[in-house]
Design a protein around this ligand. Sequence first.
Ligand code: HEC
Ligand code: HEC
Length: 347
Amino acid sequence: MAPQTPQAVIASRAGSYPVFQLKLDSQGITNGVLPLWVALQASWKGALPQWLALQAMAKSVLSLWELALQAMGAWTRMIRFPNRAGARQHKFAWLGLMFSLAAGAQTPGPVRSLPLSQVKSGLSFSGSDVQALQRDEFANPAQLWLSQGAALWGQAAANGKSCQSCHGDVASLKGVATRYPAIDRASGRLLNLEDRINHCTVNHQQDTVLAPESDALLGLTWYVTQASKGLPIRVDIGGAAWPHWQAGADVFQRRQGQLNLSCAQCHDQHFGQRLYTDALSQGQPNGYPVYRLEWQKPGSLERRLRSCYAGIRAEIPPWGATEMRQLALYLMWRGEGLPIEVPAVRK
Ligand code: HEC
Ligand code: HEC
């Protein structure tokens, strides 16, 4: 068989989308592309007053926009919908998509369902008793774990190395907690702060992995987090982190569990309202590890997320699952700028 030319391929495809082809030929070229080109050239050469050139450009961009919408409409009509309402809904979905693409073109970066100006720590949704406990340095039960973390920091492992012997004062890790989860350059894996600490325990201290939710791991994580107290959270979602961000964003929006609810439904759309005895917060990650009164002990963000999965009767991913780190990355991005609260208390 003779190799197909690109033109032949386009012609055969266009043949199956008659409406699209027609609009592109007649309206697209004459109302959209040509005037845009002419106006651009004219303004480059200074042949047109700027306001006129701008007006012409705006007009042709608008008609290209209209054309795109019509083409989408035609496409939608072609996949036969069982009823008209379905077709209309899909048309609006396309419209939404086009608008969000347009918005994305103006403000670089992904679209935020919760604007940064509205982002609020879980503390502000807590009762005054919880707020007081978090503020009171001496009554705050977290101090026990924090001092354990401080002790472990200086304690040498069998190979003679302590965290301190390599990192010096914990202040050298200032700001670190604001940017996790992060990609580990060596392995390419997405690590949360607990994973990162365990990475050092295993590879640099030749010690065994600290178990999830163990007092040792929570204490050390808290101790390291304390070096970032009050600093704004800001994670990197570019490069190798990007697919993880996307996966996290998907989980956040996905309905799941027997209650068929998404994280977004509770934490984006209904924060501030009451659920049973709790005031729903925005589900922000800036106070983790946290001392949770219900647990009577501290716990990690992963543990908190597991509670939310359980709350909607969803299948809980195993400990250490990448999904939980992806979700944490998304949450950190979503709460960008919130100060690290340490040690935080929640109900
Ligand atoms: C049925 C509603 C509901 C759903 C769905 C839900 N949560 Fe929660 N979530 C809660 C409640 C209630 C709390 C405890 C009170 C609070 O902070 O809102 C909570 C707390 C949290 C917190 C702790 C906030 C803090 O300040 O300590 C985070 C983080 C969180 N949720 C994330 C999520 C994520 C991610 C999902 C999706 C996997 C999710 N939640 C799904 C109800 C929900
Ligand atoms: C033998 C030296 C050594 C020891 C001991 C060590 N670390 Fe590290 N740590 C490193 C190096 C090197 C890195 C940079 C990344 C890497 O290669 O693992 C690092 C990275 C880190 C990071 C991430 C810093 C960042 O900027 O992202 C944290 C957090 C950390 N270590 C905590 C600890 C804790 C807690 C301990 C004790 C349990 C510890 N480390 C023990 C050498 C060490």
